[in-house]
Design a protein around this ligand. Structure first.
Ligand SMILES: [Zn+2]
Length: 427
């Protein structure tokens, strides 16, 4: 893929300077990235636990991963004893709608995938994701505007929202989005508005045309869905993944077979389902009140977490969790995303909630962590992200304890590195 190649090749000169590793810094500023080791930590590499060992970082990249022998001498060492080192998390469903872009990295989310935004606000993303310079901002891939029809889901989001009209060429719509800088084609497949009234939705022919054009262009396509019927149309069209789990009915074996055989992933966004039923949202309440989390919440995060949808639909999270269990049991890949940026769901912190909800739905902690690291990197083809591997970008998260045994250890962040430089946690 063209963007992957340029990203991997770029930025080799960055981070070459010598630097001190400030192991105890909570200053809010990133230290300059130099050559150093993180030693004594368990290493979860994005797919499995390798064991206790060390990682050497130089120039913003991982240059050595070892679970045998001592850390090299002659360089600063960050003591990871008792902690677990993992790749920086990837939130594969979020939106920027106001809060500071530093909120994700401060909670270990070093890469974000925005599934709808105004492309005019994302002009620095390609430069940022090629760079190996220290940055408090995440790497960003984005869908830009979604594909929808006049009067359809999201068509009233802004005055300049493009829509696909009857007779328009879906391939031209995709070409326009790619020209605006979209990395992903997002389809809005929703035929009921937030007020419960029917709304127009893309036809099967339009869906097929959009997905085929994205596939020809070599970019992923993902569909917003809440109903099985529209999810089926999307899967049959060949989408790369579903941006939510369908919740209207219990998934039947025929649908599960269809999704598994298609190779598509599903991003459940259980924390959104939880927020939609705000009256019973214990996971979010437990995470955000935890003294290991609460001090780091920004006012923007608090505002989002405290924004109610105003629904009392308490069955939605239960239905979603049951369907996640069915999908996971059928072997369908899960990719973690939160929908942060919408009411009730905040950047960074909501990843912790999502991981706990996924484990509650039946994923093992290791499966949930894989779904938040290597799985999104693979499906969205994010170069150098999602794995602790030689040559990969040193976007890293160190947490106290062992989250592969107890996922709530993710609340207890010890350190975060972005391009090999410490990320300050102060809001
Ligand atoms: Zn969304």
């Amino acid at each position: 893929m063209r963007r992957a190649a340029t990203d991997t090749a770029g930025g080799s000169a960055a981070g070459a300077g010598t630097a001190v590793v400030e192991a105890s810094g909570e200053s809010g500023a990133s230290d300059e990235a130099g050559t150093y080791a993180i030693a004594g930590a368990r290493i979860f590499d994005g797919t499995s636990m390798l064991g206790t060992g060390h990682v050497v970082i130089a120039g913003g990249r991982i240059v050595e991963v070892s679970t045998s022998g001592h850390a090299p001498s002659g360089m600063p060492v960050h003591d990871g004893g008792g902690a677990t080192l993992m790749p920086g998390l990837i939130d594969a469903h979020m939106h920027y709608l106001g809060p500071p872009r530093t909120d994700g990295p401060r909670f270990g989310v070093t890469t974000e995938i925005s599934l709808v935004d105004d492309p005019a606000t994302q002009q620095d993303k390609e430069r940022l994701r090629r760079s190996f310079a220290p940055s408090p901002l995440p790497s960003l891939w984005s869908a830009g505007w979604r594909a929808t029809v006049p009067g359809g889901w999201g068509s009233d989001g802004a005055p300049n929202v493009p829509v696909l009209r009857d007779g328009d060429d879906p391939a031209a719509f995709v070409a326009d989005r790619l020209a605006e800088g979209s990395d992903i084609i997002k389809l809005a497949l929703e035929d009921i508005g937030l007020d419960g009234e029917p709304i127009p939705v893309l036809s099967a022919a339009q869906i097929n045309g959009l997905v085929a054009a994205a596939t020809r262009a070599g970019v992923p396509s993902v569909a917003h869905v809440s109903k099985v019927s529209l999810a089926r149309t999307a899967i049959e069209a060949g989408v790369t993944g579903l941006a939510h789990v369908p919740v209207d009915v219990e998934l039947d074996p025929d649908f599960l077979d269809l999704v598994r055989n298609s190779g598509a992933f599903v991003t459940p966004t259980l924390t959104l389902m939880s927020a939609l039923s705000a009256a019973d949202d214990p996971a979010r309440a437990a995470v955000t009140a935890d003294p290991r989390v609460a001090p780091y919440l920004s006012s923007g995060q608090r505002d989002l977490l405290g924004s109610p949808w105003g629904f009392e639909d308490r069955g939605r999270l239960k239905s979603a969790a049951r369907n996640v269990a069915l999908l996971h049991g059928a072997g369908v890949p899960i990719v973690v995303g939160t929908d942060s940026g919408v009411p009730g769901v905040a950047h960074g912190v909501s990843m912790i909630v999502e991981l706990e909800l996924l484990v509650g739905a039946g994923l093992s902690p290791s499966a949930a962590l894989t779904a938040a690291t290597s799985a999104p990197a693979d499906f969205y083809r994010l170069p150098g992200r999602g794995r602790i591997e030689r040559g990969h970008r040193a976007d890293l998260l160190l947490v106290h304890g062992d989250p592969t045994r107890d996922i709530t250890a993710m609340r207890d962040v010890a350190a975060i590195w972005r391009n090999g430089a410490r990320v300050g946690r102060a809001a």
